[in-house]
Design a protein around this ligand. Structure first.
Ligand code: GLP
Length: 253
């Protein structure tokens, strides 16, 4: 695991976009594992800009997203499918039929999740998985306390996650209570992982993920077991690592 500490969100976004673009250049038919949330948004904006300048070609790329709210369809503005379409896919030349997000409208959880694992398998696995981190250490929607060995599955969202994500909805009541998420098994089988973190609210989770024990109580800690993880985090998110003198152990500037 290597940590690249950067000054701020903008620098994190540019570096993250560079890593994604490099993956696309090196393997034009790569499978990208994509994430939603405010964290990767700046990287997606940068990729769109580079694409508009004809510097990155996504025509051979496939993508699989980490998660989707159960009960929301792609035309719902709060769905992760809508987020990906409007923030990235509509602005680059990726083939829409090769962009995959769990089917939030499939009421049968077992069916929805099995279908998604089959998609990932048929694509031959993920070349580069982008991850944000929840303030409670969740990745995708793998909440604290879940077992590590699951494939795609249906989760009950933690109260803190519902609260954190309420900012995107009109009211707290509108936030779905369940989601389909790729499990740790799927995430760990990605060949490379890029974890992004910005801002002090992520400092504790990032510290626990990198330096704490590997435990389902802090889902991101499992990344310690993967052999190719790069972390790009800004100064705010690294605050606790510095406090503990731990950053130097991982750091490359
Ligand atoms: C959401 C998503 C995660 C994301 C996390 C952090 O719940 N399911 O994939 O990493 O929250 O979000 P943000 O980047 O907005 O802080």
């Amino acid at each position: 695991m290597v940590l690249y500490e950067v000054k701020n969100y903008e620098e994190m976004s540019r570096k993250a976009a560079a890593v994604i673009a490099a993956q696309v250049v090196l393997k034009p038919d790569a499978v990208l594992g994509l994430a939603t949330g405010s964290t990767p948004l700046g990287a997606y904006e940068q990729l769109v800009k580079w694409h508009q300048k004809k510097e990155v070609d996504f025509s051979g790329i496939s993508s699989v997203n980490l998660d989707e709210y159960k009960g929301l369809g792609g035309d719902n503005r709060q769905s992760y499918r809508y987020f990906m379409d409007t923030n990235l896919f509509q602005h680059i030349n990726i083939e829409k039929s090769r962009t995959f997000v769990p089917d939030g409208l499939e009421p049968d959880s077992v069916k929805a999740c099995r279908a998604y694992d089959e998609v990932i398998e048929k694509l031959g696995g993920i070349d580069l998985q982008i991850l944000g981190i929840g303030a409670n250490g969740h990745i995708g929607f793998n909440e604290p306390g879940e077992s590590f060995e699951k494939g795609t599955h249906c989760v009950d969202l933690a109260e803190s996650t519902i609260q954190a994500n309420a900012r995107f909805f009109q009211s707290l009541d509108e936030v779905p209570r369940q989601a389909y998420t790729m499990g740790m098994k799927g995430i760990l089988s990605a060949r490379k992982i890029l974890l992004l973190a910005a801002g002090e609210p992520k400092a504790d989770a990032l510290y626990q993920a990198l330096c704490g024990p590997v435990t389902p109580q802090l889902p991101a800690s499992i990344l310690q077991l993967h052999r190719d993880v790069a972390v790009i985090a800004d100064q705010g998110a690294c605050a606790r690592l510095h406090g503990q003198g731990a950053a130097s152990y991982f750091l490359r500037r």
